[in-house]
Design a protein around this ligand. Structure first.
Ligand code: ZN
Length: 260
């Protein structure tokens, strides 16, 4: 099931870092198709425009992402893979990297040792400078897939970086430089996404199957209302974390972990 727009906490704006240098490559790890676009789509689109190769790893098949009790869930899962590939293309154009699906059953994701190994394998194959994922420690989060996806990102990095973990992969270990967690319980980093905000919206709207259940949008007027809600939220973050005269109109915020 797809993410709703999260309510963001309201941390003190002191000690907030801003705008990482554009990495050469990034890997975003989401529980469901569309989580990445909600969580960090503006940041990824900004980096892609500056030359970063952007990769996606989607852990579940998204087969619970409908309110229709009679839906063909296999067809839905297939449609959502196509939507995710289109969203990745819209974010990154010629800098789109791989889109990998682990196709776990939506709603039943766990953070098992076996899945940790699969995430570590993708990290070792792609060798991203920056990994982005759900914050697994977000308080009062109800959806278990988001929590487990966050744990898999964090624990997958540990397994990927240390050479004696999963030696059976036969792939060299790899230590990313940084991890950014979206929907963060204690955000401490802001990315200015003014230049890429429209591209984030365009990518979100590739998830056509989710318009009714996630975006509460089934007609053009409701799509417009959805866009306005995203604009309001990211605009509010920019107003809070921007500095006078810096021109930041839209922002995404994260927990930044750089000691990997
Ligand atoms: Zn989700």
């Amino acid at each position: 099931m797809a993410a709703n727009e999260p309510g963001q906490p309201d941390p003190a704006p002191s000690l907030i870092s801003r705008n990482l240098p554009t990495p050469a490559s990034a890997l975003a790890i989401g529980a469901h198709p569309d989580d990445v676009e909600f969580g960090c789509g503006g940041t990824l689109a900004k980096w892609a425009a500056a030359g970063c190769v952007v990769h996606h790893l989607i852990l579940t098949d998204g087969s619970k992402g409908t309110w229709d009790p009679h839906a063909d869930v296999a067809a839905l899962a297939a449609a959502r893979q196509l939507e995710q590939r289109e969203a990745a293309r819209r974010l990154s154009d010629e800098h789109a990297g791989t889109v990998t699906f682990l196709a776990q059953v939506d709603g039943e994701l766990d953070s098992s040792l076996a899945l940790r190994g699969e995430v570590a394998r993708v990290i070792r194959e792609i060798r991203p400078q920056v990994v982005l994922g759900h914050d697994p420690w977000k308080r009062y989060r109800l959806h278990p897939d988001h929590r487990h996806a966050g744990l898999l990102a964090c624990e997958g990095i540990v397994a990927a970086r240390d050479p004696h973990f999963f030696k059976e992969h036969g792939i060299a270990h790899h230590r990313p430089a940084m991890l950014l967690l979206w929907e963060a319980d204690e955000p401490d980093h802001v990315e200015d996404v003014t230049s890429s905000f429209e591209r984030k919206l365009h990518a979100l709207e590739a998830h056509v199957s989710q318009f009714e259940s996630t975006m509460k949008a089934i007609d053009p007027a409701q799509v417009t209302a959805f866009r306005d809600r995203v604009r309001l939220r990211l605009g509010g973050l920019a107003a809070r974390y921007g500095h006078p005269g810096d021109g930041m109109a839209y922002a995404e915020i994260f927990k930044l972990i750089s000691d990997l």
